[in-house]
Design a binder for this molecule. Structure first.
Ligand code: AMP
Ligand code: MG
Length: 474
């Protein structure tokens, strides 16, 4: 009963993001900087605040574009019996920017969260007393909420002096945090989450441009939009040569190249077979032998021609699924590079590219997914100017009649490839990594490893029993 009564007293007014946005107006993102005060700093601040301050702080550096817009910290100070949680923002010239109350736990006095009290704080500096009781007070308290008012004043004093000490007096320390911490953004593209992290000046604008580039190519090469240029080409199968844009032609040439390099283990003409198994729309089923036999004539390298323009044989359809994300990653990387970015990670989930390395590091560390454990990793790889891709039987698979069917098809049998749980590839570009991880999955550990050695790429293949086969250089 008492616990319930106490629980009911807790009032949440603002989330952390909301409070930080109030505390540092104009910031478009925050970088969290964990700070431990030295004994001397703690003592110096204690004298200015007239109260002992904790040694551990998380200071949120508010950033707008590439510049520091201000700082904030979230603190808990006890009002009468319980802590009040609030955010305090501080400007780059050590003035209180604003105060925002997040959680209030006292029985009375919650008026402290109102603007009539908090509006007194913006503009107060390190030379202000920031006190609402006593003879030398410079704030008006709200009667009935005196202790809570004093708690907010004390917390504001603490945050102001801590931020002044660690960052306002040493802006280079804040800049060092910003350099260490990349700008990160994620958006849904091609039915998956695309995450881009980039360091350096102009990183945010470069990331925006990279997302736009991926959206642009997605419109052309997706087979999930019947109006995309690739879908229209597929729909014109059997109608003779078709004019295609330079963008689509470049993509088709990449598909053709990797079909040839893998001797058809990667083969985008499996499109109609992917649909027959229901891997395209999720209506999974096991097609009959006759059905697969009938589809056989739609599949193969000779079913499409790129000599002058693009031409597909009747019934043929190209599936971009095994190479499209890698292709898009390479285009995104080209945009980042063109904008002067030298350190970034473009992560499309199964396919990634590591551009340069984070400051002071050897490369970007990528976890190789455990095919038997969601969220598990079997090992990590550190990459610099290299691509990585994994194809896994755990994705989009289904069970029927006690048998598991995975979404990667062996173009020779038109059935899900067996003998591989996952195939990971490291190589120079993401298009190759994506196409090859699919192809090596189809080929299985022995033939897959042999092809990887021949193409001078690194691979780690895991079979359904968990046995690992790797190239010498993995
Ligand atoms: P990934 O996850 O990159 O290995 O791509 C797998 C997707 O590519 C599947 O969901 C199918 O749409 C398509 N696909 C399946 N088997 C093949 C294959 N042997 N060659 C090319 N694309 C394939
Ligand atoms: Mg692939």
């Amino acid at each position: 009963m008492i616990a319930l009564w106490l629980a009911l007293q807790v009032e949440h007014y603002l989330t952390q993001d909301e409070a930080l946005a109030i505390a540092v107006p104009g910031a478009d993102r925050f970088v969290a900087a964990p700070i431990t005060l030295t004994a001397e700093q703690g003592e110096a601040i204690r004298r200015r605040v007239r109260w002992a301050v904790p040694a551990e702080w998380t200071i949120y550096i508010g950033v707008r574009g590439d510049a520091v817009a201000g700082y904030a910290a979230i603190t808990d100070v006890v009002g009468k019996y319980h802590p009040i949680t609030f955010a305090v923002g501080v400007t780059t010239d050590a003035k209180v920017a604003d105060v925002a109350v997040m959680t209030y736990r006292e029985e009375i006095g919650s008026e402290v969260r109102e603007r009539r009290y908090l509006d007194q704080f913006p503009g107060l500096g390190t030379d202000s007393r920031i006190q609402c009781t006593g003879a030398r007070r410079d704030l008006n308290y709200i009667s009935g909420a005196t202790m809570s008012c004093e708690a907010i004043a004390l917390g504001t004093r603490m945050v102001l002096h801590v931020i002044d000490e660690v960052f306002v007096r040493r802006p280079e320390a804040a800049r060092a945090y910003l350099q260490e911490e990349p700008v990160r953004q994620s958006r849904m593209r091609m039915g998956a989450m695309l995450r881009i992290a980039a360091h350096g000046e102009g990183a945010k604008e470069a990331i925006d441009a990279a997302f736009e580039e991926v959206a642009r190519i997605e419109k052309i090469i997706t087979n999930y939009d019947p109006d995309s240029e690739l879908s229209r080409l597929n729909a014109a199968a059997g109608d003779g040569p078709q004019e295609v844009s330079a963008d689509l032609m470049a993509f088709l040439e990449a598909m053709r190249r990797w079909t040839d390099e893998t001797d058809g283990a990667f083969d985008p003409t499996v499109g109609p077979v992917v649909r027959a198994w229901g891997f395209f729309d999720g209506n999974h089923r096991v097609p009959s032998d006759d059905e697969l036999e009938a589809l056989r004539k739609a599949v193969g390298r000779d079913r499409w021609n790129l000599e002058r323009s693009a031409e597909l044989a009747g019934g043929a359809a190209l599936d971009p699924g095994a190479i499209g994300k890698g292709y898009a990653v390479d285009l995104a990387v080209a945009v980042l590079k063109a904008r002067g970015i030298t350190s970034a990670l473009v992560d499309f989930g199964s396919t990634q590219y590591a551009l340069g390395a984070p400051p002071g590091r050897d490369g970007w560390t990528i976890g190789v997914r455990d095919p038997f454990k969601e969220d598990g990793v079997v090992c990590t790889v550190t990459l610099r100017d290299a691509a990585f891709s994994t194809s896994g039987g755990y994705e989009r698979c289904f069970e029927a009649g006690g048998k598991r069917y995975a979404h990667i098809l062996d173009p020779r049998t038109l059935r899900p490839a067996e003998g591989t749980a996952s195939a990971s590839v490291c190589c120079a570009d993401a298009t190759a990594a994506d196409a090859l991880s699919t192809a090596l999955y189809v080929l299985g550990p022995e033939a897959g490893c042999a092809l990887a050695e021949k193409l001078k790429v690194e691979t780690l293949l895991i079979d359904p029993e968990g046995r690992q086969t790797k190239t010498a250089g993995w």
